[in-house]
Design a protein around this ligand. Structure first.
Ligand SMILES: *Cc1c(COP(=O)(O)O)cnc(C)c1O
Length: 426
């Protein structure tokens, strides 16, 4: 019997036995006790699996990671302290100094900085391609040292939809995996592994937590990428790790376990960045209602986009669910049941109208956050992109009058009434 996604949201990952806690226990412990040092030695050699120190692994986290793994249809998963850490670990696990990554240019600003600047300082080069690039442009981005392709299912904040199948085929033709950040649609609206993605990442800070309570991230491995068939490209997985007495991850843990085991045993050990068990507990509370919330987020986003599209004071609206949107066709393929709650739009009255609009909102609240149960709104030209003048904003693809509205799960009519009254004053 295979459960539907909602049942997995509620019950996946943790399966209590007789007389065990119904809710996931929080293992608020840095360390574990063992009877013999031989036993502990086996854990350190990866001869046996078990917990010994929360910098690497914690049972609370693993229950929640197992749920996210089931939701995405993966083979193994892990939680990280943030979405940034998830994307960094997913890439750094298979690429380092002297290597190269191909990435969509329509990605979260933090991930862009990570790839374009911080990872470059570590010796890793990145070529950015438009998600709408031609097959020739995509092909030309690959180099002999390319180790992965990276993109976002729905880009934050550009709302571009990635043609996952096309990018997966290109990656696989070059013998490397496709990593997809699936933060905005969540597995409730899209499961990238079904379209050929090999690794899926999340900022669980957004819809998965959904209540603005805990920063976190997750990495899911599909188990579909055959590391051994590309052994020379991925020596970290296919040759002995001397820091673990010569273990070969892809041999010992198989195609489905190698990636996450290496990221846990090596990167978590050396770099930290694990999610706190308290935050994992909160994340799980969010996951329990994810399928219910996503439906309402999408319904509100769709209704809002349609309302804005017909409003005389609105200059443009961007929402993948809107007919006529540049990504509507891809959204119909990859997101047939809805995309997300985030809508962006501009004003016929330009930047002053955007500022006046923001001031007059009553339900929607100004916050840098997105993908929250409570509707939030951001004027990038006055916040995340504040240092740029209007010409620079245009060049960056952020219109000076563009507002990003993240529709929460409040009643649709109330949200539209709030936006309508604020538009009247703008
Ligand atoms: C927010 C976000 C991130 C970064 O996640 P944090 O949890 O804030 O570190 C990465 N990718 C996407 C698509 C995001 O929206």
């Amino acid at each position: 019997m295979t459960n539907h996604i909602g049942t997995t949201c509620v019950q996946g990952g943790y399966h209590p036995g007789d007389a065990e806690p119904r809710q996931i226990p929080i293992y608020q412990s840095t360390t574990w006790k063992y009877d013999t040092s031989e036993h502990m030695g086996k854990l350190f050699d990866l001869e046996e699996s078990g917990y010994f120190y929360t910098r690497l692994q914690n049972p609370t986290n693993d229950y929640v990671a197992a749920k996210i793994c089931e939701l995405e249809g993966g083979s193994a998963a892990m939680l990280t302290s943030s979405g940034q850490a998830a994307n960094f670990f997913a890439i750094f696990n298979i690429a380092g100094a002297g290597d190269h990554v191909v990435a969509s240019s329509a990605i979260y600003g933090g991930t862009y900085n990570l790839l374009a600047h911080t990872m470059q300082r570590m010796g890793l080069e990145c070529t950015f391609v438009s998600p709408d690039c031609t097959p020739e442009e995509l092909e030309a981005a690959f180099q002999p040292n390319t180790k992965a392709v990276f993109g976002e299912t729905i880009a934050n904040p550009a709302l571009a939809v990635l043609d996952i199948e096309r990018f997966a085929q290109a990656a696989h033709a070059h013998g490397v995996p496709l990593i997809v950040d699936n933060t905005f649609p969540t597995p409730v609206m899209c499961r990238p592994i079904e379209w050929g993605a090999d690794i899926v990442t999340h900022s669980t800070t957004k819809y998965m937590d959904g209540h603005g309570a805990a920063v976190g991230g997750a990495i899911v491995d599909s188990g579909n990428f055959d590391w051994m068939a590309h052994a020379e490209t991925f020596p970290g997985l296919t040759t002995p790790d001397e820091s673990y007495h010569g273990v070969v991850y892809a041999e010992k843990f198989g195609q489905g376990g190698a990636f996450i085991t290496k990221a846990t045993a090596q990167l978590m050990r050396d770099l930290g960045s694990i999610q706190s068990p308290q935050n994992a507990f909160l994340l799980n509370m969010g996951l329990e209602s994810l399928h219910v919330r996503m439906r309402q987020h999408c319904a509100n986003g769709q209704a809002m986009a349609e309302f804005l599209a017909s409003h005389p004071k609105v200059r443009f609206v961007r929402y993948p669910g809107l007919p006529g949107d540049p990504y509507h066709e891809l959204a119909q393929k990859y997101l047939p049941n809805g995309s997300c709650g985030v809508v962006s739009f501009g004003f016929t009255g330009g930047r002053p109208a955007a500022e006046e609009f923001m001031k007059n909102l009553k339900i929607a609240q100004i916050a840098t956050h997105v993908a929250d149960a409570r509707t939030c709104v951001l004027h990038p030209a006055n916040a995340t992109h504040r240092q740029m003048n209007d010409a620079e904003l245009e060049a960056a693809g952020v219109a000076p009058d563009m507002v990003r509205l993240s529709c929460g799960i409040e009643d649709t009519d109330d949200l539209i009434a709030d936006v309508a009254q604020a538009l009247d004053k703008a």
